[in-house]
Design a protein around this ligand. Structure first.
Ligand code: UDP
Length: 368
């Protein structure tokens, strides 16, 4: 370790790694620290008998931004995986996202016109003009049947809140289309990095010093002046000792097991949309890479409210939390030498491409 660096980067996830990579190219020195025993944050993959297991939840790279696509392709070649989840509701099985396959199965219809009419009929009775929350947004997009069977239970499990108390933008993440197209994303570019995500981050951090098992709050006590500036990608509220209040997050518990069968569910992602099944989805990791291994690894995902000590996964971006976040942002202005970023530092439900874009934007401002 040197005595002084240009930047201390807290968190070896995508945001921190992109920043460290670009900083190094500009001749700046970075020390990256992470409290976990590995790099790559929540995109970390663990290899179990040849299968890249997405340890902190499934990550499917997708973007419409050619610049970001070219950027990540410097670090890995991507396969041609297209995400097409299956939804299980009781004994019924549907395609996602909401498309003609879903509607045809739901209502026994065939044409887009029939599907649109069915939805129109269901919406007409509801009189929603301006959707104010996730429930109204979902109902007005897909009608009551799809909402009741494929959205309500899943969303309430995932967020631990009534759909009326959730912001509508969450459901707008999913495409709705009247074609027979099961691609979960509308983005131009999509895939899984061949060799897994960890090696992408490894390449980004090549030639940069990384300290693992290092908690920032302990570390700075002893190394207060280690860097001119800090890029902090942890929780912004924790940075300030939660002094304005605690921002809400959801955490996920994974029940991962290796099974002595080649193919457990025939798809990488199967969502369980009814309230009564305690997990939200089962991921069968090998299918992200068309794996042919003799065994398989699956993870059941259980969502719960974050408490101190848990890993934060999803910021709950409702009005109350966004307001509190804004107050933390104000506090951050008094810390000119600390830059906050990433899903936790920015308290935003970012996808990977958006995290990389935000990090590159910071690089433009900070390093030029
Ligand atoms: N969603 C749903 N039913 C599903 C899948 C998703 O109602 O079968 C809703 C749910 O509210 C979820 C949101 O859509 O939180 C966004 O889903 P996405 O797949 O983008 O979530 P992520 O993969 O980030 O967990």
């Amino acid at each position: 370790m040197k005595e002084k660096y240009d930047y201390l980067v807290v968190g070896a996830g995508l945001y921190g790694a992109v920043f460290a990579h670009e900083a190094k190219k500009k001749g700046k020195s970075c020390l990256v620290i992470d409290k976990r025993e590995h790099i790559a944050g929540n995109v970390y993959c663990e290899n179990i008998h040849g299968i890249n297991v997405h340890k902190y939840g499934a990550h499917i790279f997708h973007t419409s931004d050619k610049k970001i696509w070219d950027y990540v392709n410097q670090f890995a070649e991507f396969n041609n995986y297209i995400n097409s989840p299956i939804a299980v509701y009781k004994d019924e099985l549907y395609n996602l996202p909401f498309n003609m396959n879903t509607f045809s199965k739901m209502w026994g219809i065939r044409t887009p016109k029939e599907a649109q009419e069915k939805i129109r009929e269901q919406i007409a009775e509801l009189n929603i003009t301006e959707p104010k929350n996730l429930e109204e947004q979902a109902l007005s997009l897909v009608g009551t049947d799809v909402y009741e069977k494929l959205i309500k239970g899943y969303t309430e499990k995932q967020w631990g809140r009534d759909c009326k108390d959730l912001p509508s933008f969450i459901i707008k993440r999913l495409p709705l289309r009247f074609t027979y197209d099961n691609n979960y994303f509308n983005d131009r570019y999509q895939g899984i990095p061949i060799g897994g995500y960890t090696s992408i981050v490894e390449k980004m951090l090549e030639g940069t010093e990384v300290l693992l098992n290092t908690d920032y709050f302990d570390f700075v006590k002893e190394h207060e002046n280690i860097a001119n500036k800090t890029v902090f990608t942890g929780m912004i509220d924790e940075f300030f000792g939660f002094k304005l209040g605690v921002l809400e997050y959801r955490t996920v518990r994974f029940e991962t097991e290796e099974l002595e069968c080649e193919n457990y569910q025939g798809n990488a992602v199967v969502n369980y949309t009814e309230r009564e099944v305690p997990y939200t989805r089962i991921i069968e990791h090998k299918h992200f890479e068309f794996g042919k291994q003799p065994t398989t690894v699956i993870s059941r995902e259980y969502s719960k409210e974050w408490e101190k000590g848990d890993e934060p996964y999803y910021p709950v971006n409702n009005d109350k939390n966004n307001e509190l976040y804004k107050n933390y942002e104000e506090l951050a202005k008094n810390e000119p030498n600390v830059i906050f970023g990433g899903r936790l530092g920015g308290y935003k439900y970012y996808d990977m491409d958006k995290v990389i874009a935000a990090a590159l934007e910071l690089c433009d401002k900070e390093l030029n």
